[in-house]
Design a protein around this ligand. Sequence first.
Ligand code: 2PG
Ligand code: MG
Length: 433
Amino acid sequence: MTATEIVAVRGRRVWDSRGRPTVEAEVTLSGGARRRAIAPAGASVGSGEAVDLRDGGSRFGGADVMKAVGNVNGAIANTLRGRDARDQKSIDDTLIALDRTPDKARLGANAMIATSMAVLHAAAAAADMPLYAYLLGDRPAAMPIPEVQIFGGGAHAGRRVDIQDFMVVAPKARSFAEALDWTAEIYRAAGAMMRETGRLQGVADEGGFWPAFDSNTAALDALMGAIERAGFTPGDEISISLDVAASDFYRDGAYRLALDGRVLDSDAMSAMLIDWLDRYPIVSIEDPLAEHDAAGLTRFTKAVGHRVQIVGDDFLVTDAARVRRAAAMPACNAVLVKPNQVGTVSEAKAAVEAARAARWGAIVSARSGETEDVTIVHLAVGWSVLQLKVGSFARSERMAKWNEALRIEEALGSRTRFAGFEPWRGQVLAFRK
Ligand code: 2PG
Ligand code: MG
């Protein structure tokens, strides 16, 4: 018996950052290594995502996960016992075969991703290596650029603003740590501004301020103000990244911006966003149009894909085949990678590889429902994905991930470099006023 043979897989119900039940899996290997991982959960969920198995009924609003936990303790544990934890791809293929559904509805994507990540952690532990190093092998390390939310909206903040994430990136920082230092100043400045103007309502699901703005561009203006108040020049040290999450306000073929009181068709929505690109130093824009508006996404990509990163989240759902199809359209030029959107670590990695083959950017991302689990940080460094999005600069389910990245950067020392602007190398990103 090798030290990496799976001897036990245990599932349990734990709780996420929204106080909702979620699945934890714990994998024990023959050599004694034991590691666990927790499934996150989304709120703005793409229709093509692998689905979480929830119990329904009245308990916890139908969100309980005891069936998914039962699947980990039953079918999954029985099938994986005796398997070598180092064979991640074959283990993930086994989970997919056991599930037998296109959307992972039988075992539950929550049961599958927790197990898949826990197997990976256990294999790294058996090799006595941190997970990022286990994944990296001999390849050189690079620290990703953090994309940090300052204002939250959309489905994460009672739809107070239509746009979901107003984020900053620090392409000129010299290290991950310095990028966070700068972000901390901006987050503080934004909070002070919100308090002074009496607009602070609280924080959104990912820790960003939840403001009472009068329009979507008022939020952009406030973000510019916060960057300046913190002592930075927007478009120089600090740039803006948006997650429009447009699927959430697209109905009957139209974009309904409740805050602005406007109903826009696809072309008008694109035109509005392109106007924002001209007026604000936006370097990345996620889900600018809805997942079911592929023609609009294609037109938008053809118009501005040479000067801005266009990220597919709901549209691509971490699916390698969708990335390949979108690259041919072309729609988008970067993929958001959320492992639970697809259900296994190996499938998420395939999406990264598809993006790389298309010369696209990639961003490893957390969900709006998170926990203390920091696996995604290791995946970003271990897979050399140069951008990391985990929400805002508050609340411990977010800070746990930023802090883990700081530890990894410190451990790598001079053996790493900071990605900075590299995610966008090859794309012309000159911001023109
Ligand atoms: C997104 C994510 C994270 P959710 O849309 O990118 O911000 O949200 O997890 O709710 O899908
Ligand atoms: Mg998104």
